[in-house]
Design a protein around this ligand. Structure first.
Ligand SMILES: [Zn+2]
Ligand SMILES: [Zn+2]
Length: 277
């Protein structure tokens, strides 16, 4: 049984090194190489996540660990099951990380079925994001110290990929800080409560990077991924004028005259917020 674990780890690391080598070729102008990079990287993620599952118990690699006999041919878990297990175990996998993993897997399937269309820039960006999200996840939870398994030729690239994303995130956070300082400039502390400045969570990229933006339809924009929507953004209730996160508002054509407006839970007598005596 220990063999399975070792195989998983070894094969996953091989795939990662292959993926990085192909990425390098892609960067050098051989765009076709990205195709193989996607396949290897997707393979790597699937295997390493399964490996993590086996760290809780080696038999969990099987779909039915309670079967009367387990053989080499017994069915093993898939990517979805591995992700679900890790989440159920309380390990944080951000929405974005999960979305990226699934995006990559879909792209791999398309490649394998020759329905292959690829935006090189998008592929590069997602691969960078996946590698860095993965390194972060590994550091937080497992400490297999992935870096120590990377082939020497690929070492520099690996670290560059892991840090491009970090670098962009740093910049985005700096933008948030600057916007905050700008908003508070020249305002006395006792006037802070009248200041309409908020930093909201971006559910697209999972960072607290949404700041006011004039050109945005919601009034906010993520300084990292440019998303403009968040269910946390506060808006005024059309009836009582109270402020509520837009996610709790109902956007309705109350009068039936085609004009949609926000209504807060109190005004629409939402049983969760209003007790009827
Ligand atoms: Zn964002
Ligand atoms: Zn209201």
């Amino acid at each position: 049984m220990a063999d399975i674990e070792l195989d998983l780890l070894e094969n996953s690391v091989d795939s990662l090194n292959e993926a990085l080598a192909k990425y390098q070729q892609g960067k050098k102008g051989n765009e076709k190489a990205y195709k193989f990079c996607v396949q290897h990287l997707s393979h790597f993620l699937e295997l390493i996540l399964k490996y993590y599952v086996t760290q809780s118990h080696p038999l969990l690699i099987y779909k039915n660990p309670f079967a009367k006999t387990l053989e080499d041919e017994s069915q093993t878990i898939g990517l979805h099951e591995a992700i679900n297990f890790l989440k159920n175990e309380g390990r944080e996998i951000s929405e974005k990380f999960e979305k990226d993993i699934k995006w990559l897997k879909k792209l791999r399937n398309n490649i394998e079925h020759h329905k292959f269309q690829m935006d090189v820039e998008e592929v590069e960006e997602t691969i960078g994001r996946l590698v860095s999200a993965f390194v972060e996840f590994d550091e937080e939870h497992e400490n297999i110290d992935l870096g120590s398994y990377i082939a020497i030729d690929q070492f520099k690239l690996f670290h560059r990929l892991a840090s491009t994303y970090e670098g962009r995130l740093e910049k985005a956070k700096l933008k948030v800080k600057e916007a905050e300082e700008e908003a508070y400039r020249g305002i006395r502390p006792k006037e802070y409560e009248f200041l309409d400045f908020n930093i909201y969570h971006c559910y697209e990229c999972d960072h607290d990077t949404m700041i006011p933006e004039k050109g945005s339809s919601s009034g906010y924009k993520c300084s990292f991924c440019n998303n403009e929507e968040s269910r946390d953004i506060e808006v005024n209730c059309n009836m009582c004028g109270g402020r509520w996160p837009v996610g709790g508002m109902k956007y309705e054509d109350w009068e039936g005259d085609g004009s949609y407006e926000h209504f807060c839970p109190y005004c629409r007598r939402d049983p969760e917020h209003v007790k009827d005596d």
